[in-house]
Write a protein that binds this ligand. Sequence first.
Ligand code: SAH
Length: 240
Amino acid sequence: MHETFVVSPIAVVHSCFKEKFGIPRQPGLVPEAKAVIELLPPFNVPEAVDGLALCSHIWVHFLFHANHRQSWKPKVKPPRLGGNKSMGVFATRSPVRPNPLGLSVVALEGVLLEYRGRAGVFLAIAAHDLLEGTPVVDIKPYLPYADALVGARNDFALASPELLDVGFADDVDRVLTHTPELKRLISQVLRQDPRPAYKKGHCEERIYGMRLNQWDVRWRYLTHVSGSQSILVTELVAHN
Ligand code: SAH
């Protein structure tokens, strides 16, 4: 019988991503994705993060708390293989794994002792891939001398995925002229093409939607004569 260890959260994520659909598949892909990691008592003391502000990036260890499926399988179908080929779970970053532990390297933009009028310890991060409410079990500094591996390879995930063009309907564009960071966030998220792999390239009429911060964003796909596709953001409404 193996020993069992109990891991409990040291922090929680307040994220721009309010639902799973549309979250980038890895950190780094959406530089404009911002979040605040709030340390929980008794870890929310400034001493615990002393020196962290010297790092440009941190490793965030977290729990996939919002997985629908709990039971893992030895083979999974990663989106990068079009969703129709399978690989060993330990050869992928699938959220469904024997222990639901996630690992993301993210940009650290600041260490704050106050956030929205509340005192505490908060880490402002960017370029992340974390859902609202994600429980964080550990934070570690990124160490360039040890973590940046020149010549590292992964022959399965060769390069980052191809990006789609993202356009905006006129009235959406007008609203976004006053919030350029929101426009960048929407473009960077949608150009990743959040559709499930089996839908990609299909010609369809359907309107897609996702929530970013307090906004419900809706879009559809345009198929061009060349066969290539792009995205048109058709609506942006405040979430109620
Ligand atoms: N970088 C991490 C996560 C990769 S999986 C790692 O390699 O371990 C990325 C997907 O995890 C995202 O597309 C998002 O849909 C999902 N995700 C993010 N936070 C989650 C959470 N708290 N619970 C369940 N799924 C989550």
